[in-house]
Design a protein around this ligand. Structure first.
Ligand code: C2O
Ligand code: CU
Length: 439
């Protein structure tokens, strides 16, 4: 495998709000990739070095030149110094590779790690912290009989890209079904889905519930009891689990019915002085009526004659098409994702945090016939866990998923894309440009 600092997952970066951080990301990888590159994909042509890397901190509000724009990759032997202002609310972020056309392979190879932002307001809540605050990065991998990591390929050696990659093993912090010894007390776990395509359906054994305290971009207004948590690629959920009544016993975190992490609860531990307050941090709702722009954007899949996916597109456009999404700095916009495909896609925007406004069923035939949005039912309100700040949203099939955000941050060029990495690498990614605020 590959890893940041030779680790899989890479080292956890801990930041504090208002304390900027400089990171030098050094590409010390070998010059030959160990997974099959599809040179027919945009940005991965034969004239490009085989091994390229550029790091993006997912969910960070940084300037364009420090964001890890996919075309800002560099080959082995080169480095990039990135500046992270950390001027944002406490949240569980993560860093990963973003090199054009090979992101799915680089992340699959192991290029990711956790990036935690803390702030004083969150610390004042006295949630479990220190040794009791643990990132849990979940992914799946295909491991062959000989123990080698395997990435699926199509039957065309000149175009090995496949539309999804589902593993036979679930890895928790890089390990197969590891265990963690815990004390009979409260813990905070930061669940991060770093898989290429897999979504996780998480629960605890013994019908034990978890208290969700945060989503992608930080604290919810109040803890939310969850017995099952669905996590799409790149989504995060922070939970508090209380092991107090399990002293001397064990408990499992499961994906469907499969154990992925075992908690072995000690008979006794230090006194638990942490708290789980009834309210966390207010989340002020963005009024969609305040939007200066309502963008209607389709999610498309193009198929070959046999019905096999050839590529995915955003609003029918390719990466190299001229920029069409150009919000003004500090303005509020709503974006409506009209999903014309048969599947849900996790859609992510760089730079901003957003809120889910609603999902609404629409008439696919009316759209295909005259590009007209005809709703076939009332809007569906976001689920309770979607009422906090998000940066990745599940855009369901047959639905228009609407989000609202304020484009806070520096002007410049960023990207939005599907976080199924196979889709992202095959044209389901577009640049957007934040224009300077009108003075
Ligand atoms: Cu996880 Cu473009 O990001
Ligand atoms: Cu997708």
């Amino acid at each position: 495998m590959w890893g940041y600092n030779g680790q899989f997952p890479g080292p956890t970066i801990e930041a504090h709000r208002g304390e900027p951080l400089l990171v030098e990301w050094i590409n010390a990888l070998p010059t030959k990739h160990f997974l099959a590159i599809d040179h027919s994909l945009h940005g991965a042509e034969r004239d490009k070095p085989e091994v390229r890397a550029v790091t993006h901190v997912h969910g960070a509000r940084v300037s364009a030149g420090n964001d890890g724009f996919p075309e800002d990759w560099y080959p082995p032997g080169h480095a990039m110094l990135y500046h992270y202002p950390n001027g944002q609310d406490a949240a569980t972020l993560w860093y990963h590779d973003h090199a054009m056309g090979i992101t799915r392979l680089n992340i699959y190879a192991g290029l990711f790690g956790a990036y935690i932002v803390r702030d004083a307001e969150e610390q004042a809540l006295n949630l479990p912290s220190g040794d009791y605050d643990i990132p849990v990065m979940l992914c799946d991998r295909l491991v062959a009989q000989d123990g080698q990591l395997y990435y699926p390929v199509s039957d065309d050696p000149d175009a090995p890209w496949v539309m999804q990659c589902l593993g036979n093993l679930v890895l928790c912090n890089g390990k197969i079904f590891p265990y963690l010894e815990v004390e009979p007390r409260r813990y905070r776990f930061r669940l991060i889905n770093v898989a290429n395509t897999r979504f996780f359906d998480l629960s605890l054994s013994h019908d034990q519930a978890m208290q969700q305290i945060a989503s992608d971009q930080g604290l919810l207004a109040a803890p939310l009891e969850r017995s099952r948590i669905e996590l799409y690629p790149a989504e995060r959920v922070d939970v508090v689990i209380d092991f107090a009544s399990f002293a001397g016993k064990s408990l499992q975190l499961r994906h469907e019915s499969q154990g992925i992490l075992e908690f072995r609860v000690r008979a006794a531990g230090r006194r638990d002085t942490s708290a789980l307050p009834a309210t966390l941090r207010p989340v002020t709702r963005i009024d969609p009526a305040a939007a200066v722009h309502d963008r209607i954007l389709t999610l498309n899949e193009t198929d070959d004659a046999n019905g096999n996916a050839m590529q995915m597109l955003l609003d029918g456009k390719r990466w190299s098409d001229p920029i069409t999404e150009n919000p003004r700095q500090n303005s509020i916009e709503t974006w409506s994702f009209v999903n014309l495909t048969g599947d849900a896609h996790p859609i992510h925007l760089h730079l901003v945090r957003f809120q889910v406004i609603d999902r609404r069923p629409f008439d696919l035939f009316a759209w295909n016939a005259h590009r007209k949005l005809v709703f076939t039912g009332p809007p569906v309100a976001p689920e309770p866990q979607e009422l906090g700040w998000k940066d990745t949203v599940r855009a369901d099939a047959g639905m228009v998923t609407r989000i609202a955000m304020r484009f806070e941050g520096e002007p410049g060029r960023y990207v939005w894309h599907c976080h199924f990495l196979e889709h992202e690498d095959n044209e389901m990614m577009r640049p957007f440009e934040v224009l300077p605020a009108k003075s």
